[in-house]
Structure formats: structure tokens, C-alpha cells
Design a protein. Sequence first.
Length: 549
Amino acid sequence: MPRATFPPALVALGLTAALGSWSCTTGAEELSVDQALDEIPVEGFLAHMNALSADAMSGRRPGTAGYDSAAAYVAREARALGLEPGGTDGSYMQPIRFRRAVVEPGSETLVVNGTGLVAGVDFAVAPQVAVDQVAMTAPLVFAGFGIHAPDLGYDDLAGLDLDGALVVVLPGAPEALGSLERTVLGSSAARDRELRARGALGVVTVQGGGDTEAPWSSLVRRAARPRVDFLAPEAEGGPDGSRAFASLYLSRARAAEWVAGTGRDLEAVEAALRAGEPESFPLDADVRLEARFSHEPFESANVVALLPGSDPTLADEHLVLTAHLDHLGVGAVVEGDSIYNGTLDNASGSSALLTLASVLTRMAPPRRSIAFVWVTAEESGLLGSEYFARFPSVAPGRIVANQNIDGVMGMITASSDVLAFGYEHSNLSEAVDAAVARTGTPVSPDPTPEENLFIRSDQYAFVRNGIPAIWVQGGRTGARPGLDPQADLDAWIAERYHQPDDDPKQPMDLDGVRVELRANLLVAHYIANELGPVRWRDDSFLYRRFHSP
């Protein structure tokens, strides 16, 4: 089938009548799996996607009327399909309180051994969401990369007393570690969690050298950006991470001076660290740090709808299907357009969930319960999915698996294969294998493993909370002669990703949409009905990191 673009006006004309024929019908004959595959409503998918990414939604930025309109649309459609409310207070919504924080200009002070440093030249303070200010006096301790991974034979924190210290770290990880291990362990989230647990008052990240070097001006701009985070429910203690934890960047020149004060050379220390030889030591310095932060509160909601399970022993187990509903909102004007519609990213995934629900509600009730969750604030750091994974609104019951859809990539170019990110980490791979066996559409290895895409979307929030996850999308082998899905995806990323022209007017390959929807339907159906106990694989690094005792 050739690519097609459906004008929003045409979609709007047929939306009500079309959706009515796909919703759950009381007394209708249940679809078999084969019938379900044949009847996946691609036209309904397109209708939802165009509606959710229309200009009227204003780019669905959390905390705006546009996002609220999109959430209300999803809730109405979920109700029409017969899905039960899965949010709070008997609704489809799980409201989340957020704060957006910025540093108050001119409030930053950093004094080292009595000498004041210059903000924006020597250091830059990052905003904090949980507190209005930081004001501390502390010793400085250099802690390598700040990585604690004794299971991998590497530990920057062994023997260090970090209680009450401001910890200086270099960005990155030892080169001998695998790409996934380096990415996970080298992340600020993983590092800061370890440092906080040891009583550190904050972290000072040094401007990197060599291949990791970033222009100092870019780090200053990074620190100046607003930071968004959620506040934990009142029952959980209010603001997430309520104790102040300072975060700032330090110029490489200043860091070299501090390290030189101990008789060491920063370049030599960094070389040893990259070679896998920990170099951690107290610095001969005490600092006084002060900064103030301004906060803007706002609220945004996950949308949660339930398809209850039917098996008495499995119904309290939940397969959570997720897609992020948010995008970037209204921003800088590009060629006369300031609305960042987010059609592929991720109105397509949100529409895929509605489309899958429209089919699953017409099949025999699943043995496990299925929670459809349209999460907010993915673009701000997987915040909506992290909130749901930590404070789920589905109760009673357990979340045993997550299946995420972030962009129906097949709509760019149809493929004859699928990819399954997370395949090697749990027995959810059995669901992928079953889908492959049924459709003959093979699963291919990750073509870009160095990008570690599995930890870059909402499924990673569930993984971090010990829940196995899978992300199935269209592959990179063209379904028709002359097609090159990888080249077309690369071009899409270069031209449309996070740009206003990721909009309903872009070309769409309906064959690719169908392949991806079929694969996700089969995977979800297998997990909900046929898979035994969901298990991590013992050799999974993510299992050892986030779940293993």
C-alpha cells in the first residue's frame, strides 16, 4: 500500500461513525486471535492520531489546556470501549503534582578555601525542585565517576566517607564495561542515588575531557534550563527527595586546580579511571555553597483504564501497556509554525493503545488484567511512568510486566521484521517469539545497540522499579523492494524529530502501521493469557541492578 496522508478535516468527518463501529459491543461475538489480527482498525488508529496531534491540542505539553484536552479525549474513548476507570477516586485520571524550578539569577555563591568563584565562568548551579534554597558548608571529596558496581569489579565509592560531603565526579564510566552498563551506571540518576544513600550533600560534575568534552557554555546553558519533577503523594512524605541535594557543574580548569592540590594530575587520574582503576580521595578544600530557586507548580495526569482479568489466580496480576501522551507544546517558530504537534512522537503510540484496546475488548476476557496507561511528562524525564511505577493507581493487585509503545515507527516506512527492545532481559521474549511464529514476521537484532534505546523510554521507569518490560516496534528491513527503513528513520530524526513538522500532514505508510499493531497485539495477548510466571533472566544486568536482592 502506498504512503497516505489523511487531511484532518476528512478524519474529523468520519471520526464519530468510525469509532462507534470499533468500540466494545455488548453481546457481540468474541473475536478469535486470527479475526482480531484481520480486523485491526488502522483507519481508527489514524483518526485517533490526527485528533490527538491536531493544532487544537497545542502540542500536549503537561500542565496546559492542550494536554488536558488530549487526556480527556483518551478517557472518553476508553469509556466508550467499555474499559473500567483505573485512576484515582473512581476516575480515569491519576493526577500528579509537579514543580518546575529555575535558579534565581545572581543567587549563586561558591567559596572554596575562602576564595570566591565566578558563576557562569567557574561553576554553574542546577535548579532543585524539592527545596527553595541550598546553603551548606562542606568538605570536597573526589569520587571518580561516582559508580558503585562491585558486581562488575568496579567501585569508586569503596572506603570513602561521603557523609556531609560535596562530591566531585567526572562524567562517564570505565571503558571496559559494556555499552549498556556504561550508560546506566554513568547516568546522573544512578550516580546521585548512590551518593545520596551515603549521606552526600550534593554532587559537582566536572567538565569532561577527551571524547566526553562538552563546551563550557553548553554546560552553563544546561544548568540554566528549568528542571521539572513530581512531588510524591502526601502519604509518601510530600516532595520527592525532600532533603536538599545540590547539583552543579565545574569548569575543567578549576577541577584541575583542586586535584593538583593533592599532588595529582587530573588528566592522569581520568586516564586511570577510564582504564578501570578507581581513583578516589579527599580534596584539600572546604566549600560554602549558596543558591536560591524559584518554583512553578502545575498538575498533569496519567490516564488509566482497565480491562479486568478473568482467571481467579491471575486477575490480580497486571500487564501495563503504556504510551506517553505528552509532547513539547508551543515553542520556537520554525518556518511559520510554532506548534510541536508530536504526531509520531507520541500521538501514534497513544493511538496504538486505543486501537489495541478496541480489539482486545472484543476478544475473550484476558486471564491477567490489562492496564492501559497514557503517561504524562515523558519528555521531562520519564516522570509520569516513574510515578505510576512507584505509586500505581491499580489496586489491589500487582504489576508483573510493562509493554511500551513510543512511536509507531512503521508509519515512516513498512518493514518485514520487528525489533524487540528488552528481549534479552526477561521471559517476555517468549511473547515476541509466539508473535513471530504466528505472523512469520521475524524479530531482528537491535541494529543500533550502542544507543541503548531500551533505557530511553517509559519502559525504563518500570525496569528501574524491578518490573520486566518489552518494547516492540517495526524493524529495519524494507517490506517492499527499494525501501530502507533505517535510512528513512535517520532522515525523519534529522528533519522532524521534536520539530513542528512532526504533524498530521507528514507521509504515512499504512502497511508499516499494520505490521506494528499486529505484533503488539499478539505480544500483549500472549502475556495476558499464555505466559507463565513473568521472570527476569538471571544474567540480565538490569535484573542484577534493579531487582536482585
